[in-house]
Each structure stands twice: as C-alpha cells, then as structure tokens.
Write a protein of this length. Structure first.
Length: 396
C-alpha cells in the first residue's frame, strides 16, 4: 500500500523539480540579459573619477602609416673604431696613475698601463742560447773581416769582398746587441729591478670609451690576454638579421628607424637609418642575411652590444585610422579601446589592429575618424568596466 502511494506522489515531485529549475533558468537568463545590457550601456564615470585617475580622451584621426618589418638588432663597433688591446707579452700590469674605469673616455696617445715582463726559466735559457749563438756568429764575422783586410792589402782579394765582410759584421753586431738588450731587461724584470727599459707601455691608438678594463694593480697577465676594449662610439654599426622574403619587401636599398629596446622606448624618438650595407653572408641556421647600417652616435644614445628595436620600411606611407598604442588594451583574446559616447560615458569597443609605427597603431576595424576614445590610462576605465561586468551571484 505504501509503495502505491509513493508511485502516485512521484509525478507531482517531478513537476515541482521541473518548475523550480525552469524558474532558476529564467532568473539566470534575466541576469545574462541585464549583464549584456550593462556591457552595451558601458560605464559612467564622474568628473572626479576622471580627474583622479588622469583619464584623457582624444579624437580618432587619419594618420600616415608606413608598412614596415619589425625586427631586433644589435649595435656593434664601427670597423677600425673598436679594438681589443692585448698584452704584448707575459708580465705584471702596472698603472702609472689612476686605474682607468669602465666607461671612461680616453684620449688618443694616453698611456693606459705598463707591462713589467716576467718570463719562465725555459724562455730565459732560450734567450741565453740565442745570445751565445749570436756571439759566435759575430766572432766569425769579425775574423772574416780581418782576413779580407789582409788579402786586400796584398792585392789578392777584390774590394767587393771586403765591403761584404764589413756589412756582415755590422748586421751580426746589431743582432747581438738586440738579443743582449732583451736578455738584460728580462733578467732585471725577473729579479725585480724595474726601470723604464723593462716596461712595455700600453698606449691608446685612438680616442674612445673603455668597455673592458682590468681593475687590479700588479696582476699577472698572459701574452695575448685582452687588457682593454676601446671603442669610438661616435659612429657605430647596427647589425640586423633579415629573412630572405623580408629582404625582397624592403628593397635593394633598405631604410628604416631604430630606438633603444627598453621599457620606456615608447617615449623615445626614433633614429633614422641610411647607408645600409648588405653582405652576401647567408646564415643557413636561421635562413637570414645580415644587414649593416652606419649609425651616427655623437650624443651617445646607443652603446656597443645594446639590443635595439628596428623598423625597416616597405613601400610608401598611406593614410589609415590610427590611435596611440597605449590606448589599445589586450583583454583576453580581444584588443579593446574605450569609446566615449557622451561626456563621462565609456563603452568597451573591440578593435582589429594592423601595423605599428612610432607611438601609433593602425586600426582596421572597430573605429571611425572623429570618434572619441581614451588615450591615457585606459586601464583605469577597464577597472571600473570589469566591476560593471560581474553578474549577480546565484546558486542552483
């Protein structure tokens, strides 16, 4: 009997659950409709909010946008204007006055340091053997000259043989003197007797800036070790790797612009590029060809080894709808701007962007000339808009 009553009650329970779910679904649809209406209506900010968050609005306009290839490049020293100064021999480095610091400007002819030679016992023995051999050759040349003098006096030997013997003696004497001088300086250096002859001066070959320097007095350095890296940064080279298909687009005489690759680069003016040199050095690893641009750098805007943003032009400029880059916000998969439909009333607007140039970006869809949009601190407006987007809480 109980089971029969339960069976009769089940249809009424099903109807009740269905009606409850339908009611909740209807409420949820109403909330979504309200949410969509809010998005369509946008957000209203008071004049105090606009002033507090420094929100600025400007009109959308047409601006010339030049098609370009966006790349990264590196600044390198100009040929002949950058050099690694190496130690000519092994020894101890000594600074006459103050140690030249990194980034200091150096004038041509400045004595950067001196090297006090220090050699191994094997090298010292080698020099001693060379001196002994030179002494033997000198004595032999001296004996031959005396013999030629006697033969000439007797009229047996011609004058030419006597002249040759004199020349040979002079050459062997000079070689002996050279080796003897080197040996004496090395012995003095190894014995700690420093003087002007035992030191080798390191002199700046041109005026420039130091990018590398040894900062330790009396440090031992090996022969060929890099002591200083001197660069004349008034003229630099930009090196940029370009893909073959991009090289076809920018043409045989590439032109463009560069600016430092920093977080504040949007506020930095571009430097125009000319005097491009295309080298036939194909890089098979990344299928690129290196381009080199001569860059005047008298104000020191760029540094050797610095990474820079490069924009190489393609064809002529054309007028397009454009807005400041800071006006466009990435919102999930969409790029948006905030359009001011009336005073203090802002509407979230999805846009499709195109090419970038300087501080502006091309707008392909979503805006028309004359519309007013937020061009400064759109993130502040986005914060209020996101608060407006959140629908009311509900439970099932």
């Amino acid at each position: 009997m109980k089971s029969c009553k339960t069976i009769r009650f089940l249809p009424f329970l099903s109807v009740f659950i269905f009606l409850s779910c339908s009611h909740e679904e209807h409420e949820h649809k109403d909330e979504q409709t309200v949410h969509k209406d809010k998005l369509k209506q946008g957000i209203k900010l008071t004049s105090e909010d606009i002033k507090k968050h420094e929100v600025e609005v400007d009109r959308v306009s047409l601006r010339k946008i030049r098609p370009s290839v966006q790349l990264h490049g590196y600044m390198i020293s100009y040929p002949g204007k950058g050099i690694e100064i190496k130690s000519p021999l092994a020894g101890f480095i000594r600074f006459k006055e103050n140690i030249p610091y990194l980034g200091s400007k150096i004038e041509k002819g400045t004595i950067l340091a001196e090297i006090v030679p220090k050699v191994s016992t094997a090298y010292l023995e080698k020099l001693q053997g060379e001196k002994a051999a030179a002494w033997s050759v000198f004595q032999n040349a001296k004996e031959k000259l005396n013999r030629q003098k006697k033969l000439k006096a007797k009229g047996i030997s011609p004058l030419e043989d006597l002249t040759n013997a004199q020349t040979r003696l002079a050459v062997t004497r000079a070689k002996l003197a050279s080796i003897s001088g080197i040996l004496a300086r090395v012995k003095n250096a190894n014995n700690g007797k420093y003087n002007i002859q035992t030191r080798r001066k390191i002199i700046a070959p041109f005026s420039g800036k130091l990018l590398k320097t040894i900062m330790t007095q009396d440090r031992f350095v090996n022969e060929g070790e890099v002591l200083f890296h001197l660069v004349d940064d008034k003229i630099l080279y930009l090196k940029v790797e370009v893909f073959g298909e991009d090289l076809k687009l920018i043409g045989p005489k590439p032109k463009g612009r560069i600016k430092p690759f920093t977080s504040a680069s949007t506020q930095t003016k571009w430097t125009h590029l000319t005097n491009c040199m295309v080298l036939p050095n194909y890089n098979p690893q990344n299928s690129t060809i290196p381009l080199y641009f001569r860059v005047k750098n008298s104000k020191g805007k760029f540094k050797v080894g610095e990474k820079v943003r490069v924009s190489l032009f393609q064809g002529n400029a054309k007028k397009s709808i454009s807005v400041p880059q800071q006006a466009v916000i990435q919102d999930g998969f969409d790029k948006i701007v905030f359009q001011e439909t009336e005073q203090g009333h802002f509407l979230r607007t999805i846009v499709k962007t195109g090419k970038e140039e300087d501080q502006f970006i091309e707008i392909l869809e979503g805006l028309k000339p004359g519309m007013r949009i937020v061009v400064k601190n759109p993130q502040k407006v986005q914060y209020f808009d996101q608060k407006n987007e959140v629908p009311a809480n509900h439970s099932h």
